[in-house]
Design a protein around this ligand. Structure first.
Ligand code: SF4
Length: 79
């Protein structure tokens, strides 16, 4: 799991990240967007444009947002 979308996306869902992702790996979930870790190439473009700073590189993910890493894993596991 390279980049992870966290809590701030839930109320915002601005979708700026979708426009810049070169590999179209960001998909809409029920309450937030998710990054498909199998397709993401770690370019960081999404992190730079997110207006609510919801996106973190996995290794920089604050511990209180770990649940969003698990949430994304679960989301793609079900697809
Ligand atoms: Fe897409 Fe790049 Fe963000 Fe990965 S880091 S989700 S490839 S924009």
């Amino acid at each position: 799991m390279p980049f992870v979308i966290t809590e701030a996306c839930i109320s915002e869902k601005a979708a700026d990240c979708l426009d810049v992702c070169p590999v179209d790996c960001i998909v809409q979930g029920e309450d937030q967007y998710f990054i498909n870790p199998d397709i993401c190439i770690d370019c960081g473009a999404c992190e730079a444009v997110c207006p609510v700073e919801a996106i973190y590189y996995e290794e920089d993910l604050p511990s209180q947002y770990l649940k969003y890493l698990h949430k994304a894993t679960e989301f793609f596991g079900k697809q």
